[in-house]
Design a protein around this ligand. Structure first.
Ligand SMILES: NC(=O)c1ccc[n+]([C@@H]2O[C@H](COP(=O)([O-])OP(=O)(O)OC[C@H]3O[C@@H](n4cnc5c(N)ncnc54)[C@H](O)[C@@H]3O)[C@@H](O)[C@H]2O)c1
Ligand SMILES: [Zn+2]
Length: 367
């Protein structure tokens, strides 16, 4: 088992990464000195597969776990599902010292984390991420929240878990497309922070695509270390943490204009990162050979890298970018890379360059 520490003073916690960790969750929670009563929040895809082992492991360590199952997918991050979780917690008589276990992907982690942050003014919670994206990204760092009709993640909090337990064995049942989407975030860490990780991904991608446990453990741990380091330096995103949004301004806009139906998040940010790499070449001198390596790695991971938008769709995309949460006073600030392994936040992009970057293919006339 690998352990990555997230050092945040009295809110510090460990991320434990390994195979077969679900069955150890009871012992892990016992070390944390949590009270008996707890509730697992999971979704309809994950609960049938993994809730029983988690429940039994908790029960055999003396805990009394309840279970709340929410619908699968992004629509579960809603006020309606939130209210139903509160009602069920009340029915299960959770108390101030009871705790919550978030068992699932980023949707479950974000929603269950927000429930934990707010029910009885805050209960301890444990993240048990079961998607690659959740293991390397959403379960670490304490951003929790839900969506409104007006937009994604508009309600939320910074609320750190007490422990993150990444059982790599759960990834075996993850659909390939979801797994590849998680690789979109994995590659991001290489680009923004660690050129050696990027090199390793280039070399070990075939093993990673086969979900080889040793490669996966090393890569997930390195991504968690990077996220932990960035969050340690800037927990509430007043600066550095923004580098985690490399490729996300374009990615989020693309998700929004396609109504969150066409692209998975990891797919949209793959396109966004390639566009951001091209902008980085124009504005910061990122070498063309590195732009190519970036595009090639996303392609080899089976992720989309380009868009071919008609003029109205392009206008919509540009408009959507100015609505992104990260926009302040109407200025679009970008994360750009100077080289693979080093990103910078806060670059303003001239509108003409931006328009070029989102549709880089030469347009064919009369089409
Ligand atoms: N809090 C953060 O810092 C942060 C960061 C990135 C993303 N997010 C959020 O994360 C969410 C996306 O997370 P996601 O990509 O994990 O999506 P998800 O939670 O919707 O999971 C994807 C799909 O895989 C299923 N699934 C999960 N684990 C499985 C397993 N082991 N086997 C089989 N099926 C499984 C789920 O039921 C779902 O259908 C978004 O809402 C996004 O906003 C949050
Ligand atoms: Zn992301």
């Amino acid at each position: 088992m690998r352990i990555v520490k997230v050092p945040l003073g009295n809110r510090s916690y460990d991320i434990k990464i390994g195979t077969g960790l679900l069955a150890r969750i009871g012992r892990e929670c016992a070390h944390l000195g949590l009270s008996r009563r707890c509730t697992i929040i999971s979704d309809r895809h994950v609960a049938p597969r993994y809730a029983t082992v988690v429940r039994e492991a908790l029960a055999s360590a003396g805990f009394a776990p309840g279970l709340i199952t929410i619908p699968a997918g992004e629509t579960a991050k809603s006020l309606k599902v939130l209210a139903s979780c509160y009602d069920q917690l009340a029915a299960q008589r959770l108390e101030r010292k009871s705790f919550i276990v978030a068992l699932g992907g980023g949707v479950v982690g974000d929603l269950a984390g927000f429930v934990a942050a707010t029910y009885l003014r805050g209960l301890p919670f444990i993240q048990v991420p079961t998607t690659l994206l959740a293991q390397v990204d959403s379960s670490v760092g304490g951003k929790v929240g839900l969506n409104l009709k007006a937009g994604k993640n508009l309600v939320g909090a910074f609320y750190q878990p007490r422990l993150v337990l990444c059982d790599l064995a759960t990834l075996a049942s993850l659909p390939m497309r979801e797994y590849r989407a998680g690789l979109g975030e994995v590659i991001k860490y290489g680009i923004i922070y660690d050129g050696r990780l990027f090199g390793r991904l280039e070399r070990d991608l075939p093993k990673l695509l086969r979900r080889g446990p040793r490669t996966l453990a090393a890569v997930v741990a390195r991504c968690c270390e990077i996220k932990a380091e960035v969050v340690r330096q800037d927990e509430t995103e007043s600066g550095l943490r923004a580098i985690l949004n490399f490729g996300h301004t374009i990615g989020h806009a693309l998700e929004a204009i396609s109504h969150y139906g066409k692209y998975l998040h990891g797919e949209a940010i793959a396109i966004g990162q390639v566009a951001a790499a091209k902008l980085s070449a124009q504005l910061l001198g990122l070498p063309a050979s590195e732009v190519q390596r970036i595009e090639r790695l996303f392609q080899r991971a089976g992720l989309p890298t380009r868009l071919n938008l008609n003029a109205p769709a392009k206008r919509k995309l540009l408009a959507a970018m100015t609505l992104d949460k990260k926009v302040s006073a109407g200025e679009i600030k970008f994360v750009l890379a100077r080289r693979i392994g080093a990103a910078e936040f806060g670059h303003q992009i001239p509108a003409a360059l931006l328009a070029g970057a989102i549709n880089p293919q030469p347009s064919t006339r009369n089409r």
